[in-house]
Design a binder for this molecule. Sequence first.
Ligand SMILES: C=CC1=C(C)c2cc3[nH]c(cc4nc(cc5[nH]c(cc1n2)c(C)c5CCC(=O)O)C(CCC(=O)O)=C4C)c(C)c3C=C
Ligand SMILES: [Fe+2]
Ligand SMILES: [Fe+2]
Length: 372
Amino acid sequence: MRFSPEPPHRHGQFDHGASARTGVLLVNLGTPDAPDRKAVRRYLAEFLSDPRVIEIPPILWKMILHGVILNVRPKDSAKRYESIWTPEGSPLMVWTQRQTARTQAWLDEQGHHIAVRYGMRYGNPSIASVMTEMRAEGIERILVVPLYPQYAASSTATAIDCVGRWLAKARNQPEVRYLRHFHDDPGYIEALAHRVESFWAERGRAKKLVLSFHGVPMRSLELGDPYHCECHKTGRLLAERLNLTRDEFEVTFQSRFGAAEWLQPYTEPTLKDLASKGVDSVDVFCPGFVGDCLETLEEIAEEAREAYLHAGGKDYRYIPALNDTDPWIDALGKLILSQVQGWPTLANDRSEARAAERAVQREAALHVGAID
Ligand SMILES: C=CC1=C(C)c2cc3[nH]c(cc4nc(cc5[nH]c(cc1n2)c(C)c5CCC(=O)O)C(CCC(=O)O)=C4C)c(C)c3C=C
Ligand SMILES: [Fe+2]
Ligand SMILES: [Fe+2]
């Protein structure tokens, strides 16, 4: 069938009027189902087959991916995942689930009827499966929130593409909005500052604050991806909020993949350089990751620490990501409310909605047999 089957028709449930429900779909990258070679291979095969992530001629890349990378990388990556896996699962999954539950509770407390769900771009639960479930629950207005503060084609755009592909198959499309980025949102910057300040209040301050963002290929900047500028803007706003002078912080880029040049300066060489110049204590924070994951817990909190200490540094402190801290949940809740404006979500909107629903049902009773 060309279009996906629709949920069973009920008069009034899908009238796109005031009775339709509103939902938020938080989207994250996704993570393997288990920290083993097989699951990591399956995850990497999906991730690295995405043309938004690897922009080289597809036939050439398919040969490299299936001939080399998927034979070598899954084993190494599985070891790295194993070192950060928790009894509840992959940290990226655990934090996304907690953020979803806490955002739901925050919106409920404010009296808004908004269903909060999460989906993953790669792996499970897929964006498509969650969109289908949301429709089946009668959710007809969906705000999509990629959990990436800074817009990048390889993270944000690919998530939106995926929503678009689901929509292209739907007969009765829900109303969809999406949040493009929130790199300079005051609530997000405040949540970051709060995280750094509470760490400093407990542990004191190092000589330098290194703000490490996930990298992307340099070519994407040259081709017009705004990611680089958005990372720098986040860094500047956070530093201003913390009253730091220009020499008290650095913005760096981590997680380089492949041989091409990525955004510079790279995190690990910068840390080694700082150590060799006598900057013997550093605080390292990753503002671009709203939840801790492989790239923060293993690459930054472990690997980069070793490199820094090996190069002569003395005190290396990793500041955890926003995770489910109160100021971040507050910021996320407010971002959601600002984006759903005009959609009925309050209790009195709902009673109006219920009245509208009853009217539709009365109307439906008049033409029973015409549709059902
Ligand atoms: C901040 C958002 C991210 C951007 C932009 C991004 C670009 C990007 N990533 C790769 C390759 C890999 N990234 C991997 C892990 C990973 N990446 C992000 C976020 C962004 N990536 C996160 C949150 C994670 C962690 C996932 C987890 O399970 O915890 C990996 C997988 C691990 C590994 O084998 O190293 C790869 C590969 C590219 C090529 C790219 C831009 C072109
Ligand atoms: Fe990545
Ligand atoms: Fe820039």
